[in-house]
Design a protein around this ligand. Sequence first.
Ligand SMILES: C[S@@+](CC[C@H](N)C(=O)[O-])C[C@H]1O[C@@H](n2cnc3c(N)ncnc32)[C@H](O)[C@@H]1O
Length: 350
Amino acid sequence: MFRTPTSPSSSSPHAPDGDAAIRSTDNDAALARLSAVQKHYLPDPYIRFFVPRAHLQPARPPLINVGTYVRSVAIDALVESFMGSADGSPVQIVSLGAGSDTRFWRIAAGEHAGRLAKYIEVDFPENTTKKAMAIKKNKDLAALVGEAKLVNGGMGLQSAMYHLLPADLRRPPAEALAALTSDIMSPSLPTLLLFECVLVYMTPAASSGLIQWFVDRFSAPDAAPLGGIVYEMFGLNDSFGTVMMSNLRVRNVTLPGAEPYPTVASLPARFAQHGFQHVGALTLKDIRQRYVEADELQRISQLEMLDEIEELELVLAHYAITWGVRTSGAPSPTWAGWSLKRQDQQEDED
Ligand SMILES: C[S@@+](CC[C@H](N)C(=O)[O-])C[C@H]1O[C@@H](n2cnc3c(N)ncnc32)[C@H](O)[C@@H]1O
């Protein structure tokens, strides 16, 4: 998500005023993804089902499309590698602030579908209501979800594998995520938490409480590994960050979550402070330069004219992907290798 959010669209009966602007950041994320798909950066047959009048939406500038591409392939690679590291055990994925994300459908229709035990998505009730309706209305989405019932008065949806839950993640997790503990999420399955551009809208204390709540669920000696991926902006104490923050303030959005993370080196603490043993972080600038395969870089460079490489690199240097995995007991060699692979490492393994 490289765009500043749109203006608040409505006040909400479910959340404090001002949250409309935070919820609407999902429109920006979905439109950015749709644009990258329509311009052939990424394959995703599902995103158009979540964007009203998808065929009429204008394309995003090349810089946004490249950023969406880099972020998307890197997170896809980490998710796939997490699923592959689980020694054949099926995994659970919990996407917090999932918005209109299509990852569940892409996995469920892909070659790793058999490795997925549960996919749980959480967002504000207004966004989960829209998503539940879109799923119910569209036969391609509904087919992959399987037999499903609307829950929470239509704000949520449940099937054997897919769960959509309405919650404000700033509330105490024991209340906001109570539904997860009863029968949805099992601490005996390797579990990956996805935070794609969501924690930045919350205070560091609320984010920390949220991650710790999951850690507590997975802290028994026989608990399965718990992994996490965060994607968001950081290092906003320079002139780029000052402009971004002031643009957002006009739209009623603040980024309290960016404050503890002035540099890329500071990012892994997000997980390390909760006892995750194997942690790392990379900027999108680094990922584009050293982690995307050369033939892919060549392919996307031919899709559109991008003459402002310096501007692209400045923007990409302010977004990062951070990951971490926590195993009960001693650090595990299997999970120590869970990270993005550089181009030269990918070639060595082929
Ligand atoms: C920028 S969008 C990203 C959506 C999706 N993760 C993606 O990457 O496409 C941020 C999402 O986080 C959700 N979000 C932000 N704060 C939240 C909170 N306190 N509780 C629940 N959802 C929240 C917003 O409603 C929105 O859907």
